[in-house]
Design a protein around this ligand. Sequence first.
Ligand code: ADP
Ligand code: ZN
Ligand code: ZN
Length: 733
Amino acid sequence: MICKVIVDISNGEVDRIFDYLVPDGLEIEKGDRVLVPFGNKKLEGFCIDKAETSDFDVSKLKPVISKLDEFTCISEEMLALMRFMKEKFYLRYIDCLRLFIPGQMRGGRVRELKRLYLELAAGLTDEQIQKLIPARALRQKELVERLKQGGEYLSVVTEEFGAATVNSLVAKGIIAKTDKPVYRKPYGDVGGSIGKVTLTTAQKNAVDAILNGEKTVSLLYGVTGSGKTEVYMNAIERVLAQGKTAIMLVPEISLTPQMLRNFRARFSSGVAMLHSGLSQGERYDEWKRLLTGEARIVVGARSAIFAPLKNVGLIIIDEEHDASYSSESNPRYITSEIAGFRAEYNGGKLVLGSATPSIESFLLAKRGEYALVSLPDRISRHGMPEIKIENMAQELIAGNNGIFSRRLEAELRKTVENGNQAILFLNRRGHSSFAMCRKCGYVAKCEDCDVTLTYHSVDNVLKCHYCGKKYRMLTQCPECGSKEIRYGKIGTQRVVEELEKLFPGVGILRMDNETTTKKSAYLDILGAFKAKEAQILVGTQMIAKGHDFPDVTLVGILDADMSLYFSDYRSAERTFQLVTQVAGRAGRSDKQGIVILQTYSPNHYVYRFAKNYDYLGFFEKENNAREVTGFPPYSTIIRILMTGEDDEEVRTCAKNMFVDVRAYELENKSEFLFLQARRSPVARIEKKYRYQILMRIKREYETLVTREVYRIINENKTRGVSVFAEINPQSLS
Ligand code: ADP
Ligand code: ZN
Ligand code: ZN
């Protein structure tokens, strides 16, 4: 018997299947991990297939050394998924397989916790037991009665009954001692259970449409506070009742202990968690509980889509528009595509949920490829908080040069005096900034692409990330002549200092990358704010989502424009989503909330629609713009990114690849909207030079062209160059 093995080589460029002999006496199944000889080393690998014959000389094949685990860790489904991912995202086999198992398993670092466990020995009748226990040994009798109800860990029993009692029963063969794995439980036990709510008619209909509709994928479009979570939980319950399993994905940032406890309370030990806050050991244990079927629901961030569940009946992607669902470092993949594959494979359902769906998803729903399921109303009778737009250029003219508009300052004062809380939000995206006139709101854009130029301080120029054109830095506004040009961004630190001056003695918390380098800090800050240890919370994107603070009556968005003029065709979409999310933090309980949005472009359509919570209006406008300009979802952007330490080698590789892509393009002109090769906007990262080939192709040719592109990459890549293929990347830096 031959087994086909993918070896686990770090940093290797080897992406091949190797044949090994299966020695007599070794049972190896598809999906098992194995130890194999490789050169003069022993390496771990995955058996991905078995065969009777080999294309190689069988007498020269080496035998597998051993099997690594007692169980099969990669299912048939995941092997199929591996092949799908390789084809779709241009990934190496091993990079896919590594995503499927906990990191701790590689290199034999797993430490499974085991504890001694006591059970009644099998095969003894009550009578036999009675004869073996002396009449006066009451403790022994009690222990036997106790164990009749089920086994128990030795340590627990010893504490209660004493070692002598236990030992005596073990010696007589009445109770048996075994090793049993103990699973570490993240967040410990949760007491009590959550009272079930009765679903509204709209919620009931939503669950029905999702589970019983003919479409595999549903887009659940429900405004913030419309009760989507309750819909998810109910759908999961129904799927479990059919003997199937479920995957629930949320953005990493919304995986708060509270959210996890809610799921635990509802589904008790049937739910496993997978997220970056777990220790390696906890992660392994949760994964193992999913593999064995002990847990049938997984709740987690992006990577939980690879959970080793079988018979998946339902996959939920909450906040489906969130950028964290596409992986932007190797291995690059798009979570919804993986979810789609798994749902199809299992004959299950996929739900994409959001209050602000991505343009792409909503378009697919409108076209009928997805079922559109709506929850148009909030559960609570309170409406959305009012959004007031403040023109910061006007403030400047009126002599206010500060960070806060006069209205925001007044509202802050009112909030503090009334004993309520406020959140001040600073918009952060990447490390780039744009050039803007503070007087008239003019923003420098590319003449050819109509996207905002990004300021690069290293060479002191403005660059277009889509076509590479460079522009001289502005010293004067071309529209109004003002010399008040702003490049940088306001820092959270600076905001806190200003607040301390304005409101001495008022508690202020700050949450950003700097204050949350430790994972727990993030939760500590949120906890302190919830406990009302401070009245004002200043923060970045981290505070935008999911949190529920009943006493927050004011939300201030200090520089909404930061994401509006980010150099990205999705910047309007991102800004709309962000404003809606952040605004949703105000006035969530019985107190009326207000949102103040500061901008230099008060008439921008994004703000006009956001102010009225008009997602549908925004969609129409944005969707039209994309169609006219030929950006996704009406086209597909493909970037081949090449990096390496030798500038010349990377450049040559890029050149050769470009020659081939160009040749293909010349023969298939109608498939392409744009094609270009050049240095990446950020020319060097971590000592590696970066070049890219960027193309925009018509959507319907995506599969065809990507296949061609991957072929060209394979033919032209060289040893010292890493090549990455990206489909509709989130950033082009
Ligand atoms: P979303 O996820 O759509 O923003 P949530 O699921 O957080 O909304 O629901 C908003 C609030 O409404 C929560 O406090 C939730 O407990 C409550 N809720 C949801 N469904 C019901 C229901 N059927 N009856 C009563 N309260 C509900
Ligand atoms: Zn101007
Ligand atoms: Zn351009």
